[in-house]
Write a protein that binds this ligand. Sequence first.
Ligand code: AMP
Ligand code: MG
Length: 490
Amino acid sequence: MSHKPQFKFDNSFARSLESYFHYCDPEPAVAPKWLQFNHELAEELGLDPVTLDSDAGLAIFSGNETAEGSKPLAQAYAGHQFGGFSPQLGDGRALLLGEVIDTQQHRRDIQLKGSGRTPFSRGGDGKAAVGPVLREYLIGEAMYALGIPTTRALAAIATGKEVYRENILPGAILTRVAASHIRVGTFQYGAARGNEDEVRKLADYAIARHYPDTAEAENPYLAFFAAVADAQADLVAQWMSIGFIHGVMNTDNMTISGETIDFGPCAFMESYDPGTVFSSIDHGGRYSYANQPQILVWNLARLAEPLIPLVDPDQKRAVELLTETIECIQPLYESYWLTRMRSKIGLSKEDSLDSQLIQDLLKVMEGTDFTLAFRRLSQVLRGEREIVRNLFKKPNDFDEWEPRWRKRLEQEGVATEETAQAMDRVNPIYIPRNHKVEEALAAATHQADMTFFSKLLTIVTRPFEEVEGNEAYAEPAPATSIPYRTFCGT
Ligand code: AMP
Ligand code: MG
C-alpha cells in the first residue's frame, strides 16, 4: 500500500504578501518519468524519501497532482536585465508549491520550474527542457558540496512533452529548494508600483525570515540592507575563489538570502583568464568573471533604491546612510575574498603582503587551469614541485613566486603535511567541467541515457576527495578552436 506524501506546508509568503503573487496551477504532464531524485535533501527537509520516490511523488513533482496543503503560486518580481529595467518579470515558468520547515528548523521553499505558463509568462511557453533542468540540478548540487550557499534540487522529471527551442527538445521539470525566492527584483517590483507600504511589508517579511536580528537594530531597514550586502559579498567572494561564473547576474537573479540562484548560462572557468565570459547573450562582457564583484555592488545599489523611504523620512538622510553602506561593500567583498584566497594557499594568519602574493600567483596562473593549479599547489609541499611548475605556461614565473610563498608559509608555523591537507580541503579536485556537463546533458537529452549524468553527479558532489579512476573528471577540456558558450535555460 502506498502512502500519500506529507509535506506539512506552512505558506507564510502567501499569507503575508498578497500583492506579490498570483495563484496558478501547473499544466499537466503527459507521461512523466523520473530523471533524478535527491533522497538526502528530502530527509533534510523532513520529508519521507521512500514515500516520495514513487508514483505518488512523480505525480506531485510533474504537476499532475497537488500535494495536501499546497496552493501553487507564481511570484511577482521586476529586475534589471543586462542593465535595462523591466518593471514586471515574475515566475514565468515556475510555481511555488509551498514552504516547509526543515529538520534544522529552517523555512525552505519548494518550487517547480518548467511546469507551464503562468500570468507572468509573457511570450514564453512556461516550459524547460531536460538539458537545462539537469544542468541546474548538477551545478546546484556541486555548489552545495563545495560549501557555497545555493538553491538545491530535490527532483528532476521528464514531462513527456516536447519543448520548442532552436530544436525540438524533451521537456522536464525541476523541483527547486530555496531559503526563499525573494530577489533584489522583488523589492524593485514593489517600488515600481509606487507603493511604499507594499515595499515595507516585503522588507518586514524578509527581515523576519532571513535576518531577524536586524529587527532589533537602531535602524532595522538599514541594518537589513547591510545584512543582505554582507551575505551577497561573501557569496560572490566564494564564487570567485572557485572560478564560478554565474553568467546572468541580473537583479532578478540575486537572492536576498544570499543563495546562488538560476543556473542558466553559468559555468566554471577552466584556463585562468579574468575576462572569461561564457554566456552567448553577454556581448559586452558585463557578467565576465572579473566583473562579478563590481556587479555585486551595482545590484545592491538597485536594492538600496526601494529602501530609501523606509530608511529615513528625510530622503537626503536616507540616501546618505545607504550610500555609506554601499561604499563599504567593495572593502567587505575584498576581505571575504582575501580570507578565501589565503586558505587556498595554506595561510590562516594575516600579513599585509598577502593580497599582493595572491595577485601575483594569479598573474602566474594566466592560461593555466584554475582548479588544477590551486589543487596541485599542495603537492609542492609534498616534494613534487617539478610536476607542479610544469602545469604553468611560464614555469620560470612560478619559480620566482614559489620562494616568496614558502617564506610566508614559515610565518604560519604549521607542519607541512598539515598545511597541504588543509589546502586540499578547500581546493576542489572535481568541478563540473564544461565538456563533462555537455556530455552528460547530451546523453540524457538525445538518448534518454542518465548514466553519464549519474556518474558526474556522484563525482562533483564529493569534490575534495581524489579518487583513483576518476582522472578524466579532473582534467580540463581537450583543446578545441571553439570557445565554450552557454545558453540561457529558456
Ligand atoms: P531567467 O533568465 O531564467 O532568469 O528568466 C528571466 C525571466 O524570463 C523570468 O521572468 C522568467 O520567468 C522568464 N522566463 C524564462 N524562460 C521562460 C519560459 N520558457 N516561459 C516563460 N517565461 C520564461
Ligand atoms: Mg531568473
